[in-house]
Design a protein around this ligand. Sequence first.
Ligand SMILES: *[C@@H]1O[C@H](CO)[C@@H](O)[C@H](O)[C@H]1NC(C)=O
Ligand SMILES: *[C@@H]1O[C@H](CO)[C@@H](O)[C@H](O)[C@H]1NC(C)=O
Ligand SMILES: *[C@@H]1O[C@H](CO)[C@@H](O)[C@H](O)[C@H]1NC(C)=O
Ligand SMILES: *[C@@H]1O[C@H](CO)[C@@H](O)[C@H](O)[C@H]1NC(C)=O
Ligand SMILES: *[C@@H]1O[C@H](CO)[C@@H](O)[C@H](O)[C@H]1NC(C)=O
Ligand SMILES: *[C@@H]1O[C@H](CO)[C@@H](O)[C@H](O)[C@H]1NC(C)=O
Ligand SMILES: *[C@@H]1O[C@H](CO)[C@@H](O)[C@H](O)[C@H]1NC(C)=O
Ligand SMILES: *[C@@H]1O[C@H](CO)[C@@H](O)[C@H](O)[C@H]1NC(C)=O
Ligand SMILES: *[C@@H]1O[C@H](CO)[C@@H](O)[C@H](O)[C@H]1NC(C)=O
Ligand SMILES: *[C@@H]1O[C@H](CO)[C@@H](O)[C@H](O)[C@H]1NC(C)=O
Ligand SMILES: *[C@@H]1O[C@H](CO)[C@@H](O)[C@H](O)[C@H]1NC(C)=O
Length: 626
Amino acid sequence: MASSSFLIPFIFSLFLHYPLSSDADLHQTRLFGAELLSHAAPKDVPVTRFFEVTKPIKVPRTEPCSVLVLQHDFGYTYGRPPVLAQYTPPSDCPSQKFSKIVLEWNATCKGRQFDRIFGVWLGGVELLRSCTAEPRATGIVWTVKKDITRYSSLLKDPQTLAVYLGNLVDRTYTGIYHVNITFHFWPAEEPFRFHKPKWVNSVNRFNSPADLVLPISRNLPLNDGLWFLVENSTDVQLKQFSVPRNAYRAILEVYVSFHSDDEFWYGNPPNNYIAANNLTGTPGNGPFREVVVSLDGTVVGAVWPFTVIYTGGVNPLLWRPITGIGSFDLPSYDIDITPFLGKILDGKQHQFGFSVTNALSVWFIDANLHVWLDKDSKRTEGELIEYSTQPLMLTLVSDFKGLDGNFLTTASRSIFSSGWLKSSHGNITTHSNQDFVYRNMMEFGNDGNQQIVNQTIDANTSVYERLLSDLYLIDVSRRFPLYLYTDLLDQGNGTYASVSNLSLGFNQDIFSHGPLGFSSGFLKNLQTGQGSMIVKGNLVTSGLGSTQQVYTYDGTDGCYFRNVSSRNYTILYDQIKQHCNRKRHLSLGFEVNRRSFPARRAFLASALHYQKKQATKELLALESHL
Ligand SMILES: *[C@@H]1O[C@H](CO)[C@@H](O)[C@H](O)[C@H]1NC(C)=O
Ligand SMILES: *[C@@H]1O[C@H](CO)[C@@H](O)[C@H](O)[C@H]1NC(C)=O
Ligand SMILES: *[C@@H]1O[C@H](CO)[C@@H](O)[C@H](O)[C@H]1NC(C)=O
Ligand SMILES: *[C@@H]1O[C@H](CO)[C@@H](O)[C@H](O)[C@H]1NC(C)=O
Ligand SMILES: *[C@@H]1O[C@H](CO)[C@@H](O)[C@H](O)[C@H]1NC(C)=O
Ligand SMILES: *[C@@H]1O[C@H](CO)[C@@H](O)[C@H](O)[C@H]1NC(C)=O
Ligand SMILES: *[C@@H]1O[C@H](CO)[C@@H](O)[C@H](O)[C@H]1NC(C)=O
Ligand SMILES: *[C@@H]1O[C@H](CO)[C@@H](O)[C@H](O)[C@H]1NC(C)=O
Ligand SMILES: *[C@@H]1O[C@H](CO)[C@@H](O)[C@H](O)[C@H]1NC(C)=O
Ligand SMILES: *[C@@H]1O[C@H](CO)[C@@H](O)[C@H](O)[C@H]1NC(C)=O
Ligand SMILES: *[C@@H]1O[C@H](CO)[C@@H](O)[C@H](O)[C@H]1NC(C)=O
């Protein structure tokens, strides 16, 4: 779809949204991103504040120590090296131990500009992957706050901060992003001052920051971000690393974002449809994608990513000022690789590999390896006990005639590993499990101009640790539902009318359990939107967008509820509740415990190396917590 002359030089590497179809491609329904013709905005409107709905970060009541780490204006930065700044830890803080660290991104922009993806790295470790808001003539401002406490070990020492935000500025696209990045440090409170609630133990086991965070990214200097670029389905990006010989736990945190031909991968039609209709330039490979992570050639985990819609996606008016779920703070994905640690404790170089099933250009992928070290010994030892994968099962049912028809794509996969690791903490056995199920129904009508996508991704991970008779468990189940309806009407002249509506959900249940208690958090986050617009070239010349969002979090660490709606820059209603429904809250933990019990039982039973007696004992121990 090489349609727009102004984009051609950058077509695969510029992270603009895809231009609209040219006349030659009339018959392809494409989801697209565009930029709003912003000079239509009235002159007297105040600066618009954009935001992503998310629960506020819990911070101590004390004053933080704050460090402005970067102040920069991102003008013509495309294809240039990342902007660098020297970070030094706060020196005048009352304590050098911190209980909470928050990154704050503040930006303003004015004029006309596309949405740009950007990354923030510290010592090569990615802290934030995000997308800019699209400005308007009267100016916009937005703030992103992210809890970066899990990177504490990195923040103790001076480091190089790198930010890549590939922006293009010319006579038409005038928006320059003015950015401040600030780190806020909350000194740790006196230990043992408070009586800790009983769930703290199980939480801390899985939440305490690692002793070391290793970058699994590209090295500076580059004329790009530090992420790896995965350009097709056979492309494997590799990174060498080594871990200290006294590591006792390791979690790989993976960052991904998708662009150009795969920006709307979930709406890409299968290749048989493209071939039968002689379509050229329509991104294909069907709607299924997965990021596969290997360690020395063995698949250790996968990421079935959330369908982030960037701020210019589908209909840019939908995202003003409420932005798409995850667009200002893209989710990262944790894979517990502790069972494999025994294989890499030899002090030698090992290699992570990243690939994307069915990928089209381009995916940006990198990772951080969080490593916990045994302070009381120089060497730990371990062994992989069991490893089993159910390879990817991918099916496609096609039923189409010409440009109209239906497709059903389904997929599933699971990866299980189990290993022991002996450190001064004892001999800990860890099971790490990932289960995925995917379903995508795609429908084309109206001679290919109307497209409906109805997709659900289920991604469950659980980690189960045993130390003598103590059991620790963390279960994370994520469900990402997506419904997208788009209808394009060619008005001649390279002008299109587009109608779209969507529903985008991010649901996550976290449950963790230890000998002294449990913690849980339930998130339901759903956006619905309806939009219409007239598009000429890449520009939206007029339109309307309405978005409704309901965000509900109930957890042992508190509750948050927000019900908000906007229409064309105006907030229609906004209701926020910060208090838990006490009765509901109390029953929550028990409910979760009961609900997840069958899964945990199945999990235990499936761990073949367990002696039956041992398993029974563990089941009894679990049951005693119900
Ligand atoms: C970022 O912007 C917000 C809103 O304008 C403001 O309240 C906050 O103080 C700013 N943060 C910093 C560190 O300047
Ligand atoms: C960045 O910080 C400077 C100095 O504190 C301030 O003047 C400016 O308004 C800030 N910009 C943003 C986008 O917050
Ligand atoms: C896939 O991408 C890699 C990296 O850009 C390239 O070397 C290779 O030729 C590509 N393969 C195909 C089949 O296009
Ligand atoms: C596609 O191209 C082939 C070969 O040129 C032609 O026979 C066929 O009719 C075309 N199909 C469509 C749907 O245009
Ligand atoms: C650790 O425990 C596992 C499983 O119980 C056992 O197979 C292994 O030999 C133990 N390792 C050491 C060093 O004791
Ligand atoms: C994920 O976990 C949920 C809740 O425990 C369960 O209902 C669902 O079937 C699981 N899905 C997969 C793919 O394992
Ligand atoms: C999407 O598909 C699911 C079944 O997978 C169905 O329950 C749901 O109603 C569909 N959503 C819409 C809006 O059609
Ligand atoms: C074609 O474009 C011209 C100039 O933008 C406009 O006046 C005319 O109404 C357009 N025609 C159609 C059919 O949209
Ligand atoms: C989306 O819009 C179309 C056309 O207005 C309508 O038929 C369909 O029911 C809508 N779907 C949803 C989920 O709102
Ligand atoms: C919504 O905003 C667009 C673009 O600025 C404008 O064309 C349209 O008239 C607005 N609609 C309403 C109902 O305000
Ligand atoms: C959100 O607010 C709207 C408008 O007040 C209301 O109609 C809707 O029921 C609310 N939704 C929830 C889940 O509270």
